[in-house]
Design a protein around this ligand. Structure first.
Ligand code: AN7
Length: 373
């Protein structure tokens, strides 16, 4: 018997709003590791079952692949020959890859000089037309909406509801892996599409529905499969310099080292507040130093390398466990949204001084080792 895994559309087709005859445009996304942290909770002095859902293991290295496979499948089914997005980097990488796979064109608008080099390389190598904007993500998003009004291009940002439908499958996988929903689910929040998508997924798993779902508006309970117990509290963490959910409205000039979430005007604003209310969760913020420190600690303690934005979820969860806002003994899942390999600059900026150089001689190498054993 063979068992080649072929991605989230084939796996969850009955729970996705795609026509039966739509040809799946897939790269085998999904089924990412849910890693139980063994060392970091002890080192931090917190008592909880913390799991990280490592979305950096997706084909283009971020959770965007789950949404993009469904959005591009639908776009091609509907006859689109081109897709467009604004992006802080990961969406453009995924759009470029899935467009290549589908044999259609991708146009990506990115903030000039403000996306990680690996993500830019992905957009270029997959053959997207990269349009650098002298402005930020929010400017790009506004322009994409304006251009798509007249040009024959399908928007594949998360305002496209098929994106969230794909991304909800991460919650399905977590419920399947744990046998139930966790007590808390923590995510980094930029446009707030992913936190909304996870809530849709958990709600469908529990058979309860959510008003945040653009397709059913709360009727998800109609969908298979049979309900499992419970839904988590959803907790969203932002970088302090780009924290509209903490400020109560758009932030004009967002700034953070976590460029993936350098977003001031979230597209899923209303939905995310619905998720917060329905789940009994909250939003909080972290400084750039806290974010980078957790990225480094996770990598050193567990062997998991995520990008800075992704570490926001774990940094927030650990802080809330220390404060008791997340009770001791809880089961907590933190989404690690993207792969650290996309942005090596973020860790090498400070770390190069720790490298050692020796002459190419056995004695010199031995001395270097023995001094550090
Ligand atoms: C690593 O690529 O918005 O709250 O244009 O790349 O669903 O926006 C990226 C977002 C978290 C935030 N972590 O997710 C884009 C883009 C990483 C990300 C987020 C993003 P949302």
């Amino acid at each position: 018997m063979t068992s080649r895994y072929t991605g989230i559309i084939e796996t969850y087709r009955s729970r996705l709003p795609l026509a039966p005859e739509a040809r799946a445009i897939s790269l085998g996304e999904g089924r990412t590791p849910l890693i139980r942290l063994e060392n970091l909770p002890r080192a931090e002095g917190v008592d909880a079952d913390i799991y990280v859902k490592f979305e950096g293991a997706n084909p283009t290295g971020s959770f965007k692949d789950r949404g993009m496979t469904v959005a591009v499948t639908q776009a091609v089914h509907a006859g689109s020959r081109a897709i467009i997005c604004a992006s802080t980097g990961n969406t453009s990488a995924a759009a470029a890859a899935y467009a290549a796979r589908a044999g259609i064109k991708a146009f990506v608008l990115i903030p000039e000089g403000k996306i990680a080099m690996g993500k830019l390389a992905q957009a270029v190598v997959h053959g997207a037309t990269v349009v650098q904007i002298r402005g930020n993500f929010d400017d790009g998003m506004r322009l994409v909406k304006e251009v798509a009004r007249t040009a024959p291009v399908a928007i594949v940002n998360s305002i496209n509801p098929y994106r969230l439908q794909g991304q909800k499958t991460a919650a399905f996988e977590i419920v399947e892996a744990l046998g139930r929903a966790p007590d808390f689910h923590c995510l980094p929040v930029g446009n707030a599409g992913n936190i909304t998508a996870h809530w849709i997924g958990y709600s469908e798993s529990a058979g309860t529905g959510t008003a945040a779902c653009a397709f059913c508006g709360g009727a998800c309970a109609q969908l298979p499969p049979a309900p499992v117990a419970g839904r988590p509290r959803m907790v969203g963490y932002q970088a302090s310099g780009a924290a509209p959910f903490l400020r109560g409205g758009p932030v004009k000039e967002p700034e953070t080292v976590a460029t993936a979430i350098r977003i001031g005007d979230p597209q899923s604003w209303e939905q995310a507040w619905t998720v917060q209310r329905e789940s009994g969760g909250w939003f909080d913020e972290l400084g750039d130093e806290e974010i980078l420190a957790m990225q480094a600690r996770l990598a050193a303690a567990e062997g998991v390398f995520c990008e800075p934005a992704s570490a926001t979820s774990l940094a927030g969860a650990v802080r809330d466990l220390k404060r008791g806002r997340i009770p001791a003994g809880s089961t907590v899942v933190c989404t690690l949204t993207g792969n650290g390999l996309k942005d090596p600059d973020a860790v090498l900026r400070g770390g190069l001084r720790d490298l050692i150089q020796v002459d190419a001689e056995r004695a010199a190498v031995e001395r270097a080792l023995l001094a550090r054993l």
